[in-house]
Design a protein around this ligand. Sequence first.
Ligand code: GSH
Length: 124
Amino acid sequence: MFLARWILGAIILLVERLYSPKPVQRDNDTQAAVDNETAQLTLYQYKACPFCVKVRMAMKRQSLSIETRDAKRSDSAKAELLAGGGVLKVPCLKIVDPQGATSWLYESSDIIVYLNDRFSPNVA
Ligand SMILES: N[C@@H](CCC(=O)N[C@@H](CS)C(=O)NCC(=O)O)C(=O)O
């Protein structure tokens, strides 16, 4: 069982590497503004979770520098996720708004829609 999981995890990470998207290019000022905003986001995740890979690939495509915290390997990350989000499920995006209010967004598809809506360079 452990071996099967290990092999599956290795395949997931290989797929992430092989299908790594090309990051969008922004001018320096725009990227700095985006970096400033993404400093308020944290992705709670597992390294070899396919749903987390999906979100990490979306982050890469959008050139989003978002801190990731591994809720499997780090007890403190796991505790933060449980205390803040309420459920031990990944991926989960912690969002701190400009007023300092925190929200926790679960579901990989919802996280990707949120990131694309907020940071897509094609959106005015
Ligand atoms: N529909 C969810 C599925 C997420 C999911 O099933 N995540 C698994 C890891 S791959 C999880 O957190 N399971 C609970 C656990 O490991 O404790 C999504 O798309 O984000």
